[in-house]
Design a protein around this ligand. Sequence first.
Ligand code: NDP
Length: 404
Amino acid sequence: MKKVLIIGAGGVGGVVVAKCAQLSNVFSEIVLASRTESKCIAIAKQVKQNYGVTVETAQVDADNVPELVELIHKVQPFMVINVALPYQDLTIMDACLETGVHYLDTANYEPKDEAKFEYSWQWAYQDRFRDAGLMALLGSGFDPGATSVFTAYAAKHYFDEIQYLDIIDVNGGDHGYPFATNFNPEINIREVTAECRHWENGEFVTTPAMSKSQSFTCPDNVGTYNIYRMYHEELESLAKNFPSLKKAQFWMSFGDAYLKHLEVLGNVGMIGIEPVEFNGQQIIPIQFLKKLLPDPSTLGPRTKGEICIGCLVKGIKDGQKKSVFVYTVKDHQDCYKEVQSQAISYSTGVPCMVGAKMMIEGHWLKAGVWNLEELNPDPFIKDLDKYGMPVRVIEQDGWGDLEV
Ligand code: NDP
């Protein structure tokens, strides 16, 4: 049983706190800190009402290492669970090193002034964490996170060699707004509008954003959706950790209305990250847009439908070609009933809690900086299934017809 400090009181933070509170035999004490303490207090109140668990709260600016160090010294947690924004990854890692506590996050570092995300910044902490005997677990959400574990699970149990990987993220949910994002709008839009990169024959190949799409029929009657190829951070670590991969791609579903809005917002300059002077004030267009859009943590009651996220892995077993789809399906309203959140925050929060549980229980605890696919997938899959994200596997001979 360990005490955890959770930083970030947004859509994902709310789910992580709720899931940790459901397991008080693992997470003995929970402290929730964020920039706006009133949001922490609201989450703590809800958790007290639902589970009778007391969550302590605090205010912190996670861009400020001395402030973080002071808070961590005061709280004395076993680990920090970072569900603030990718901008804060390095400052929180620095503070963990200074105070000697373990670290976990759900998204890789991204500098505020450049729409670029990659692991190099965080992988550079490898020696410092290893030498300090501390662990940093990177990307323990759904994608990255569960998708990294699904790939490792398929490779371990179903193949001698994996060669092709298609990560498919379908959101069949509808929130009824003409345009809204399911997680932090700034991070979401920066990710979706970035140039596409996929792994092919030993290198990353760059293509224009959203320039390749196809139709995908999800299992379990979730439906047929247009999926678009885009860059996603787990491709970087999976290509490194599974060198037998000849091709690795990431696909996400988008509705026509979402894409049309994004195109128009882009054309008029509303998703820019450079400051613009307006009435004597410096305004960053994408941050102003975030202010206007619905808060993702309020989408829960309105979102109906299901998500289907999985890894289609193709490779060789006993000299024969085979394919395996490891996936999960989750209903938005079921998530809302359980933790008052839509399925995107839910499906990030559950693997986040499970990753922390793996560290606390010692299944995964080892010094250094790790991506999830580098660790034993079995206990994680078991817990993902047990704590709200059912894991299913479809196995078939041959390589099927989804393009590789
Ligand atoms: P939100 O914007 O809803 O929440 C972010 C929270 O972090 C807010 O409470 C915000 O405070 C707080 N925060 C921001 N800056 C600071 C700071 N400097 N100091 C302290 N707190 C700060 O985001 P989400 O909950 O949707 O996403 C959280 C994280 O999860 C993001 O990193 C996102 O990329 C990641 N994610 C990962 C996924 C995966 O599958 N791996 C999927 C979805 C999200 P305030 O309320 O004051 O703004």
